[in-house]
Design a protein around this ligand. Structure first.
Ligand code: SAJ
Length: 439
């Protein structure tokens, strides 16, 4: 049986390891975190994703976790590549150390796969030279970069269904990698060279970041023009060649908010990419500006943040825009209480709904969890009934009937209208809330 060693048992490495185990490979998962290894060997998962527990239980017989790298036929690296937030340069220490752990075991004909997201040329300049410390030349061992493309919240589904890009150092490498991936990938597998594969991954996420940035800029322009941006984007997207994403409180997660910087470190010609990052990073500042306008000068103002995960219906809080918003609010003297039915651990305490809204002056919806739609606003006991909806997520009619004054980011309503709780005039076209849902 072909033996695969997967290095890094996180959001990408673990689901990949389990899918490979299901496909009949003998899989050894390696992680430097002893607690993760121990938990997995005792049958406990440290990440939650739809279908992951069921898959784990199905393939446990064919999967073991350990801290040391064993001899294997194939090595798959899926370790994190964080951003150094001071220098805005990728921190490749985990990739470097994974390669250092592999090379003493590397044999002629073995395949090494890098799935971690890296700046262009990382394989050529950093990873392959470390692997060559084995005494083998690239080509005597096989090497590919196959960037992961699955979206958190639908990881397993997308790992199976999405198309994959495999960039290899030679034909034998891509052919071997194709055999591995076609054991569980139902999408198409496209072949290219290593550096192109590194580049493709980064431009995918950068394109999405720039698209969200323009939506965020449109939201602010729409305010100045007295136009509802949600309806505007919905209508613009009826054009066959237009697909604008949704505005919001900023871009979080460990991918879209990070990867564009991996491109900027590789070139001096990245003005647009940097600007988009800055626009998205400034959205929490814009939201605090909306709070100021809504509440004016009140004594001991208290805010309730609805949703602290970086996006809807998941528990992941990495790079969440909620964190910057809360810090800005505290610096301006607001007391902040968080409510998030999906999150248990966060930098700030997460309260029950009743506790989070008690004595609050305003709810600020940051994350558009589906569960928030089921809250009956009439039952909320608050000091003042204000709502700032940064995702156009909650139903205006239900909340205004419960006595809430509502400001939706980008709704184009001046504060004087919003604070009077004036509903927008009956639109000539169906309301964008009826047709457009926050992403
Ligand atoms: N967001 C908006 N408006 C939108 C869409 C998203 O404000 O219209 C925000 C989200 O709320 C979130 C952030 O952007 O805070 C990022 O969320 P996301 O759903 O756009 O993406 P990620 O980071 O969860 O996953 C992305 C995906 N990349 C692309 O869609 C091009 C995924 O396929 C990648 O595998 C993943 O990055 C990764 O690991 O790189």
């Amino acid at each position: 049986m072909t033996k695969i060693c997967v290095l890094g048992l996180g959001y990408i490495g673990l689901p990949t390891a389990l899918l490979l185990a299901k496909s009949g490979f003998e899989v050894i998962g390696v992680d430097v975190n002893e607690r993760v290894v121990k938990a997995l060997n005792q049958g406990q998962l440290h990440i939650s994703e739809p279908g992951l527990l069921e898959l784990f239980e199905e393939v446990r017989w064919n999967f073991t976790a350990q801290t040391a790298v064993p001899e294997a036929d194939i090595y798959l690296i899926a370790v994190p590549t964080p951003l150094n937030t001071h220098t805005r340069i990728s921190d490749l220490k985990y990739v470097r150390s994974a390669a250092e752990m592999i090379y003493p075991h590397l044999q002629k004909g073995n395949l090494v796969i890098l799935e971690s997201t890296v700046p262009p040329c990382t394989s050529e300049k950093l990873v392959i030279p470390i692997l060559e410390k084995s005494g083998l030349k690239a080509g005597e061992f096989r090497y590919v970069h196959c960037p992961e493309r699955a979206i958190p919240g639908e990881t397993l589904y997308e790992m199976i269904r999405n198309d994959r890009i495999v960039g290899g150092i030679d034909d034998e490498s891509v052919a071997s990698a194709r055999t591995v991936y076609s054991s569980y990938v139902q999408g198409r597998i496209y072949l290219t060279d290593v550096t192109t594969a590194e580049f493709v991954k980064l431009i995918e996420n950068t394109y999405r970041d720039i698209n969200i940035a323009i939506a965020n800029e449109f939201a602010q322009v729409a305010e100045d023009c007295g136009v509802n941006v949600w309806e505007g984007i919905d209508l613009a997207n009826k054009h066959p060649r237009v697909n604008i994403l949704q505005p919001g409180p900023g871009v979080g997660g460990h991918c879209i908010a990070v990867d564009p910087w991996f491109l900027t470190e590789s070139s001096t010609k990245t003005g647009l990419i940097q600007l988009a990052r800055e626009i998205n990073d400034s959205m929490p500042n814009y939201v605090i500006h909306l709070v100021r306008e809504m509440l004016g000068d009140i004594r001991e103002p208290t805010l309730t943040v609805f949703g602290v995960s970086y996006k809807k219906d998941i528990s992941d809080t990495r790079e969440t825009p909620a964190l910057k918003f809360i810090q800005l609010a505290e610096n301006e003297g607001y007391k902040v209480k968080c409510y998030d039915p999906h999150v248990t651990t966060f930098d700030y305490p997460v309260y029950s709904l009743d506790e989070a809204v008690r004595d609050s002056d305003c709810i600020v919806l940051i994350t558009n969890h589906d569960l928030f739609k089921h809250i009956d606003p009439a039952t909320l006991s608050m000091r003042r009934r204000n709502l700032i909806d940064t995702r156009n997520h909650l139903d205006d009619t239900t909340w205004s009937e419960a006595g809430f004054t509502i400001k939706t980011l980008g709704d184009g309503l001046a504060r004087s209208d919003a604070s009077r709780g004036v509903a927008p005039e009956q639109p000539l076209l169906p309301s964008s809330k009826a047709t457009t849902k926050g992403v």
